[in-house]
Design a protein around this ligand. Structure first.
Ligand code: TRP
Length: 453
């Protein structure tokens, strides 16, 4: 087979690819979900299960997704169509690409609302808005921000513009430059926060909450939470890795590179936990997850802290930056698809997709104000969108990707992409047997929850 080349250029180095994929992986999930679920489900015991899920299930799928992307060298839809045709004579596999892209855009629509909110809080924090608040005034601030769809909408707009601006500039001038600046900054900021947490006096308590293994608190349900989070945190199943894989030079090792990303993402989740919990505990506040942790619990803690203005600003800047590189990855696949198949220029495609996502984002915005009383199944419209995209669409598409890479693709094509023979066998075993079982369990669990309601 003559090798295809990407129409958008290539990553200029392996490091940039690692930064870009890590940038897509590290996001809101690392900061407000991982620390909390780890603490709630047995601390160190959970972390061990999480690592097992990452290496036995998520990493093989990640490798599969990058591999498919590099082999197809196109946007996820075209890649799945071409590979489906080549490997099995079935272009219908393109459905997997379509599903991934749509789900990714859906995720981006609410992701951007929350990220815009973090952006707003970064400026609020810097201006000293969190000084000397009590829990009532923090809640009031939260309310003030979410009550107005115009305020939430304005910040959502700002964040979408930031994201579209990067993707519009293309792989080398947009994506690469952004991750090269943001990712090192992110690392510095998080180390600053951890450094600060070490001085709170409750560092050990915070660390123990996330790290001390409590096997009694670890339930089968906790294990499924770990698996689901591994999926979300590593950005699997939405075509992001496939799109990024399409720009990966042929001689770069996929296995070695993805392992680094998986480790980096987990390390940042742990660092986030070490930064957040000591701050929470030093003020005697109960830990929480989700928007509540970032926008209520932490501001309260910051307001009581000596270097509160500084720490709060660093935290929210960090959150915004992390969400930004994740959002860039969520937008890229659809933009690549429009450029390749509709012959649009990048700026037009980015603005077009960005506008659609921006509009859909208002469903999430209204869930906090105009439509806050509209409740069904999991809660507000936002809660439902979030649950549907993350717990149902993500595993479905992940399952399809593993089955394709593990069972449909022929050995020859896979070996061409993955060099090391022993690593290859292990990967094939995990992709064929372990990953599909794990993902199926996730789906069964989500289905059971659906029925229970
Ligand atoms: N991984 C990101 C986080 O932890 C979220 C994210 C970015 C994502 N791109 C994705 C999730 C693609 C699923 C699919 O916050």
């Amino acid at each position: 087979m003559a090798q295809r080349t990407s129409l958008h250029g290539q990553w200029s180095s392996r490091l940039v690819f690692i930064l870009a994929v890590t940038g897509s992986a590290v996001g809101l999930g690392n900061f407000w979900r991982f620390p909390y679920i780890a603490g709630e489900n047995g601390g160190g015991a959970f972390v061990l299960v999480y690592l097992a899920c990452v290496f036995a299930i998520a990493l093989p799928i990640m490798i599969a997704e990058v591999l498919l992307g590099r082999r197809g060298r196109r946007n996820p839809i075209t890649t799945m169509r071409v590979l489906g045709e080549e490997e099995a004579g079935q272009p219908g596999w393109r459905i997997v690409g379509i599903l991934g892209i749509c789900a990714g855009l859906l995720i981006l629509s609410f992701y951007s609302v929350i990220a815009g909110w973090a952006f707003a809080y970064a400026l609020k924090a810097a201006s000293g808005a969190f000084v000397a608040l009590d829990s009532r005034s923090v809640a009031a601030l939260f309310h003030l921000h979410t009550r107005s769809w115009i305020v939430l909408g304005a910040w959502h707009t700002a964040f979408m513009v930031m994201t579209v601006a990067v993707v519009a500039r293309g792989v080398e001038r947009g994506l690469e430059r952004a991750v090269q600046v943001i990712m090192p900054l992110l690392l510095v900021l998080i180390l600053v926060l951890v450094g600060h947490a070490i001085h709170t006096g409750t560092f050990l308590r915070g660390a123990a909450f996330v790290l001390r293994p409590d096997f009694a608190a670890l339930t089968p349900e906790g294990a499924l939470i770990a698996l689901g989070h591994a999926f979300f945190s590593l950005s699997l199943g939405m075509g992001v890795l496939m799109a990024y894989g399409a720009y990966l030079p042929q001689d770069t090792s996929i296995g070695g590179t993805t392992i680094i990303v998986a480790l980096a993402d987990t390390a940042i989740g742990l660092l986030a936990a070490l930064a957040v919990f000591p701050i929470v505990f030093s003020h005697g506040i109960n830990p929480a997850e989700g928007p509540g942790l970032a926008f209520e619990t932490l501001p309260l803690a910051f307001s009581e802290m000596r270097a509160g203005v500084f720490t709060a600003t660093v935290f929210f800047v960090l959150l915004t930056m992390a969400a930004w590189t994740a959002a860039i990855g969520l937008l890229e696949p659809a933009v690549a698809w429009l450029c390749e198949t509709r012959e649009m220029t990048r700026p037009r495609a980015a603005i077009g997709v960005g506008t659609v996502v921006w509009l859909v984002g208002f469903l999430t915005i209204f869930s906090f104000n105009l439509l806050q009383h509209l409740r069904f199944w999991r809660g507000t419209l936002y809660a439902n969108l979030d649950y549907f995209a993350i717990n149902i669409l993500l595993p479905i598409s992940g399952l399809a990707i593993t089955l394709f890479a593990g069972w449909v693709m022929c050995d020859n094509s896979r070996v061409q992409e993955l060099e090391s023979p022993s690593g290859y066998r292990l990967w094939r075993f995990l992709t064929r047997f372990v990953a599909p079982v794990g993902v199926t369990l996730l789906l069964i669990n989500a289905g059971a929850q659906l029925l229970r309601h």
